[in-house]
Design a protein. Structure first.
Length: 91
């Protein structure tokens, strides 16, 4: 059985907040939920999305060695997935 990579990267907590805020904002624009979300909720969605995306991608990629760009893409993918799930549950 293949060993799963860790879900965290080397960007640190401040990096997760910055990248998460940007990824959460872009994901909310993409999913059409930006009008209901403020900056704080964008950051929260982005950080949770980063962990969700990191968890999902850790089965296929070495997420621990990813830098800023890989962390941003991971957070963006996770944020879009998170917003998709929330939109489906709210309907």
């Amino acid at each position: 059985m293949a060993e799963r990579s860790t879900t965290t990267t080397s960007v640190g907590i401040i990096g997760y907040i910055i990248i998460g805020g940007l990824a959460g904002w872009i994901a909310s624009k993409f999913m059409g939920t930006d009008a209901q979300m403020g900056i704080v909720l964008n950051v929260v969605v982005g950080v949770i999305g980063a962990f969700l995306g990191g968890f999902l991608l850790s089965f296929a990629f070495d997420t621990a060695s990813g830098g800023w760009f890989f962390t941003f893409l991971t957070a963006l993918i996770g944020s879009v997935i998170l917003l998709f799930i929330v939109k489906r549950l709210r309907k």
